[in-house]
Design a protein around this ligand. Structure first.
Ligand code: SIN
Length: 273
């Protein structure tokens, strides 16, 4: 029976995994070990995984049905895959601000699996991940009491219009928008996680505009505290597998004009509660 080696990046979030070949079917036992490590560390990193599209999708399918991105185009014939690309002509890159994936959807994705095939030759292009369990746990009782039970609006037009235009792929021609609890309970671990992000969250229901702006401003600063983070340095054929229910991430664009390229599959989630 194969066994994994799990090396935590720090006690809060992130672990590097060795002993798994994601290009081959995983045994139920290895999949179970990966799932347990993922729930504990929230984001897992794998090196040396030259996945083709089918292998990438096969790994993603282990964790649930695919979530299809409302706007981002995928490679021809693979709507379940999102291309992540930047080069000298890029004006913006996906994921430059702190966010959890597609929280503008009523049922935001549970997980994402990103495989980079090309990394900038001089370094750069790291991804930062932050634990929203840690962000919630670090708030005082007073803040926790105030936030628990509140809901916030997550919109997408301000994110997607500039990047993807009025793409017909957008459902009903409209940009997705949803309301979610400000703190959610993770359906598998039962832990509470802060669930507002500067990418999509526009305001908190039931607050005056200035109150909402001040509260979200504080929370957006809070979630980016270095104590809640790990940072992953990519190599070609590295894979990151993160839990969007309790993790935010940010893709650093510090390598222009160099190329960074890869693919993401995203796994459908449930309605945050
Ligand atoms: C994303 O999925 O938001 C992009 C992450 C990255 O490119 O590192």
């Amino acid at each position: 029976m194969g066994s994994l080696t799990i090396d935590p990046l720090n006690p809060v979030i992130g672990a590097q995994v060795s002993g798994a070949d994601l290009c081959a079917p995983l045994s139920p036992d290895l999949a179970k070990q990966i799932h347990a490590a993922w729930l504990e560390h929230q984001v897992l990193f794998f090196r040396g995984q030259p996945l083709d599209f089918e292998q990438h999708k096969a790994f993603g399918r282990l964790w649930g049905d695919f979530h299809i991105h409302p706007a981002a185009p995928g490679p021809q014939g693979h709507p379940e895959i999102m291309t992540v690309h930047a080069d000298a002509s890029s004006k913006t890159v996906a994921g430059q601000g702190w966010h959890s994936d597609v929280t503008c959807d009523e049922e935001p994705p549970k997980a994402s699996v990103l495989h980079l095939t090309e990394v900038p030759p001089d370094g750069g292009g790291d991804t930062l991940f932050a634990s929203m369990y840690a962000a919630w746990d670090a708030l005082s009782d007073s803040w926790q009491r105030m936030l628990d039970g509140l809901t916030a609006v997550h919109a997408s037009e301000h994110v997607y219009r500039g990047r993807y235009g009025a793409d017909p792929k957008l459902r009903d021609g409209g940009y997705p928008r949803a309301e979610h609890p400000v703190v959610r309970t993770h359906p598998e671990t039962g832990r509470k996680a802060l669930f507002v992000n500067s990418g999509f969250t526009t305001h908190i229901r039931g607050m005056r505009h200035a109150e909402s702006r001040a509260t979200l401003g504080f929370l957006f600063e809070h979630v980016r505290s270095p104590e809640f983070q790990c940072r992953f340095r990519w190599q070609a054929d590295s894979v990151a597998f993160w839990d969007n229910r309790c993790v935010q991430h940010l893709a650093l664009w510090d390598y222009h004009p160099n190329v960074r390229h890869g693919y993401r599959v995203t796994i459908a989630g449930d309605r945050p509660r």
